[in-house]
Design a protein around this ligand. Structure first.
Ligand code: HEM
Length: 149
């Protein structure tokens, strides 16, 4: 692998690690937090969501930018490699939109509702989208693991 290619590959993997890692860690924390109504504190919730939103934004951008550069550098030979790449690009964009726009907006709504009403039932949509996004990222990783050469 050429050094230039290796450099962007490394950035891509760092982005993916931070993005997927952040998703999984926040999902684990969130599973606990949403079930502890007595400990909901507006400031703590705010800073937790802000941190998650910021990590998601920058890691998703790093992944997308490095992935776009890599797309110009690779020339898949096998037909299945084209499918792998197209799946990653397409679903990568879907995951980016979910991370950067949808989860950010839903997070703001759910946080305000939690602080105002202290009702755990209202966190379901946010939780579902959070899990869906982790699942999408996981399927991309599985496609990468089993990609043909
Ligand atoms: C957002 C749009 C994305 C684009 C345009 C993109 C593009 C690419 C390209 C062109 C490669 C091939 C690099 C090479 O063979 O040297 C690659 C590698 C890789 N991508 Fe992405 N990617 C994107 C998102 C993602 C996401 C969201 C994940 C994981 C959740 C991911 C995981 C990987 C992995 C693990 C590799 C390394 C595969 C290997 O070298 O065997 N990518 N990406």
């Amino acid at each position: 692998m050429h050094t230039f290619h290796a450099f962007w590959w490394l950035l891509h993997i760092l982005g993916v690690a931070l993005w997927f890692g952040g998703q999984v860690l926040f999902s684990i924390l969130w599973a606990k937090i949403r079930k502890l109504p007595d400990s909901w504190n507006a400031d703590i919730l705010q800073s937790l969501f802000d941190t998650f939103d910021r990590v998601s934004l920058w890691s998703a951008l790093l992944t997308a930018v490095s992935g776009t550069v890599l797309s110009f550098l690779v020339e898949p030979r096998a037909k299945l490699s084209y499918f792998w790449l197209t799946y990653m690009q397409g679903m990568g964009i879907v995951a980016l939109i979910l991370s950067v726009f949808v989860l950010r907006w839903l997070g703001k709504t759910v946080r305000n509702r939690m602080v105002a009403s202290r009702s755990p039932g209202s966190t379901q949509t946010y939780t579902s989208v959070l899990h869906l996004n982790s699942f999408i990222l996981l399927t991309i990783l599985m496609m990468a693991a089993f990609k043909p050469h």
